[in-house]
Design a protein around this ligand. Structure first.
Ligand code: SF4
Ligand SMILES: [Zn+2]
Length: 382
C-alpha cells in the first residue's frame, strides 16, 4: 500500500510523480538502502587477478580493484538505464576508508608483485572530485607510477579536461582511461541509455587524452534497452567501426541485467531478452574484417560476456552456452576467428529466425522470446 501511495501516477488528487522518480525508485527502496549500509566501507567491493594483454600486446597478469565508493555523480542526478552500480555503493565513504580499501588490495596481492597491470574501478569516475577525494586519486596515480604498473581507470567524458589531465599526468604520465561510451549514436545515448553525454563529448575527451598521450579504452554496450536483437547486432558493428581508429582497445559489454534498473523492469515484464551468444559471435565475425586490415589491426576488440550462459546475461539454449562463451573469451586473447570453427547447435536456427523476424516485422522491442527451454513446455506454461 505504501509503495503504491508513494508511486502514484494519477487519480488521487495529489501531485503526480515525475518519471525520473520512478526510475530512481529502486535505489531508494528499503532493500537497496539496507544493502548499501551493510557494506564495510574499509574493504573494497572485490579484488581479483586475471590474465590480460599489456598495451604493447604482451600477455600479463592484471589485478582488478573494485572500490566501494559514493558511486557515480550522474547516477545521483539521473543514471544510465542499465547501471546497477548503486547496489555496491555507500554514500558516506571517506578518503580514509578508500585508503584502507587500497591498502587491503595491496596487502592481498603483495604490493601487486608479478602483476604488470592494475585496474582501479570506482563505480563511477576515478578523476571526479565529487565522487573521489583528490588525495585518494593522487594515491592511486602515484602508487601505480612508483610501482611501474600499467594503470587502467574508468571515467565519464566530462572529467577529462585539460586541467584535470595536466594534474593527473604530473603524477602518473602513462595510464589508460576507459570510457563507457556505450553507443556511437546520439539517439541511442539519449533515448536508450540515458547516458547524459553525446558522441561529441566523447570525441572531445579523446582529443584531450591524445594530447596527453594517454591510452583510450572504449566500452560499447551490446543490446541496450528498447532495441531488437537484429538492431543490436547491426548497430554494434557500425559503432565498432566508428570508434576503432580512436580507441586503443574496444571492449564490448553484452547487456547483463542488474537488480533494480530500468532494464531489470523490462526483463521482468518479458519485454527484453539479453543478447544471444550467437549474436556476439556474428558481431565479432563481422567486425573482425573491419578491424584487421592489410595495414595491421586498427584496434583490439575484446568481448566479455558477464554472466554468459545465465538468464540475466547473454545466453543461448542452455546446452551450448559454456562452449560459446569460452570461444568468445579465447578470441579476446587470440584475435583469431578460428576459435569459432566447428561451433554449432540447433538453437542457431531459432536465433536466425528471430533476426529475420526482427528485420521484417515493425516491432520496436524486437521479437525475442525471453525464456529458454523446450518450445512445448513454454507454450504449456501459464
Ligand atoms: S556513467 Fe557509468 S557509473 Fe554512471 S550511471 Fe552511467 S553506467 Fe553507471
Ligand atoms: Zn544451443
Amino acid at each position: 500500500m505504501t509503495l503504491y501511495a508513494n508511486n502514484r501516477l494519477l487519480g488521487s488528487g495529489g501531485k503526480g510523480l515525475r518519471i525520473h522518480d520512478l526510475v530512481k525508485a529502486p535505489a531508494n527502496t528499503p532493500w537497496a538502502v539496507a544493502k548499501q549500509q551493510s557494506w564495510d566501507a574499509s574493504e573494497p567491493a572485490t579484488v581479483y587477478s586475471t590474465p590480460e594483454v599489456r598495451w604493447d600486446g604482451e600477455p600479463c597478469s592484471a589485478v582488478t580493484v573494485i572500490l566501494r565508493t559514493k558511486g557515480c555523480h550522474w547516477w545521483w542526478s539521473s543514471g544510465c538505464t542499465f547501471c546497477g552500480y548503486f547496489n555496491d555503493t555507500r554514500d558516506d565513504v571517506t578518503s580514509e576508508d578508500l585508503h584502507a580499501q587500497w591498502q587491503h588490495a595491496l596487502d592481498k596481492f603483495e604490493g601487486f608483485e608479478g602483476h604488470d597491470m592494475v585496474k582501479v574501478y570506482t563505480s563511477g569516475s576515478l578523476l571526479e572530485d565529487r565522487e573521489i577525494p583528490v588525495d585518494f586519486q593522487a594515491t592511486v596515480l602515484g602508487d601505480c607510477a612508483r610501482l611501474g604498473k600499467e594503470l587502467v581507470v574508468e571515467s565519464r567524458c566530462e572529467q577529462l579536461t585539460e586541467a584535470k589531465l595536466a594534474w593527473a599526468t604530473g603524477i602518473n604520465p602513462n595510464f589508460t582511461v576507459a570510457i563507457g561510451l556505450e553507443a556511437y549514436d546520439d539517439e541511442v545515448l539519449r533515448f536508450h541509455v540515458n547516458k547524459g553525454f553525446t558522441t561529441s563529448s566523447w570525441e572531445r575527451a579523446v582529443d584531450q587524452l591524445n594530447a596527453f598521450d594517454l591510452r583510450v579504452k572504449t566500452y560499447l554496450m551490446f543490446k541496450p534497452p528498447f532495441m531488437s536483437e537484429a538492431d543490436a547486432l547491426d548497430h554494434c558493428v557500425k559503432w565498432i567501426d566508428a570508434v576503432a581508429d580512436r580507441s586503443d582497445e574496444i571492449s564490448v559489454n553484452p547487456m547483463n541485467i542488474q537488480r533494480g534498473t530500468v532494464i531489470d523492469r523490462l526483463h521482468r515484464h518479458q519485454e527484453y531478452r539479453p543478447p544471444w551468444l550467437w549474436s556476439l559471435v556474428a558481431m565479432i565475425r563481422s567486425s573482425h574484417g573491419l578491424i584487421h586490415t592489410n595495414n595491421g589491426a586498427r584496434t583490439r576488440l575484446i568481448v566479455h560476456p558477464t554472466a554468459g550462459g545465465k538468464i540475466r546475461g547473454s545466453h543461448n539454449c542452455g546446452t551450448c552456452d559454456a562452449e560459446v562463451v569460452a570461444a568468445i573469451e579465447r578470441y579476446a586473447v587470440s584475435a583469431d576467428l578460428m576459435e569459432f570453427e566447428g561451433l554449432s547447435c540447433d538453437c542457431e536456427r531459432t536465433w536466425q529466425a528471430e533476426l529475420q523476424r526482427d528485420r521484417t516485422l515493425p516491432v520496436p522491442l524486437g521479437t525475442s522470446k525471453p525464456r529458454r527451454g523446450s518450445a512445448l513446455d513454454i507454450l504449456r506454461a501459464p
